[in-house]
Design a protein around this ligand. Sequence first.
Ligand SMILES: CC(C)(COP(=O)(O)OP(=O)(O)OC[C@H]1O[C@@H](n2cnc3c(N)ncnc32)[C@H](O)[C@@H]1OP(=O)(O)O)[C@@H](O)C(=O)NCCC(=O)NCCS
Length: 139
Amino acid sequence: MDDYIIEPGTPGIEDYRRLRVAAGLSPKTRDQASAGLPNTWYGVTIVHGGGVVGMGRIIGDGGTAFQIVDIALEPAHQGRGLGKAIMAALMEHLNTNAPEGAYVSLIADGDARHLYAKYGFEPVMPASIGMALQVTRPA
Ligand SMILES: CC(C)(COP(=O)(O)OP(=O)(O)OC[C@H]1O[C@@H](n2cnc3c(N)ncnc32)[C@H](O)[C@@H]1OP(=O)(O)O)[C@@H](O)C(=O)NCCC(=O)NCCS
C-alpha cells in the first residue's frame, strides 16, 4: 500500500474512460465524460507508478442528495484494500461537508455490496427498490 497515493480530485477524461472499461463497468463516450466529470462534487484517484489505477466519485446537489459512482480499480490492483481506501476518503468528505440528513445512495454491482456495507450502506428493499434507465433517442 505504500506505493499507492490517494489524491483528491476528479479523474481525467481518458483515465476515467479507461478505468471504467478495465474494471468491467460500461463504457462512456468522450462527450459524456467531458460533460459529466466537471460536475463531480468530490472525487479521488489512486495513483501508482505515475499512472491512475483507481477512482471514485460523489455526485449530487451539494445539499440534499448525493450518489456514489464510478468506484473502480484496474484488476491488477484489486483486492489490496484500495477499494476501502477510496470509500473511506469519500465517506470522510461526506461526513465533513454534507449537511446532516443528506441522502446518499448508490447502486452496488454484485459482491461490491459487501464493500459498501462496511461504510453503513444498507439495502433499500423491501420498502423501496432501486430503479434505473438509460436515455435512448428514437431512430
Ligand atoms: C469493487 C472494488 C472497487 C473493490 O475494491 P478492492 O480494492 O478490490 O477491495 P478491497 O481490497 O478494498 O476490499 C473490499 C472489502 O469488501 C469485501 N468484499 C467482499 N466481497 C467483495 C467483492 N466481491 N468485491 C469487493 N469487495 C468485497 C472484502 O471482504 C473487503 O473487506 P475486508 O478486506 O475487510 O474483508 C474493485 O474490486 C473493483 O474495481 N471492481 C470492479 C468494478 C466494480 O465492480 N465496481 C463497483 C461498482 S458498484
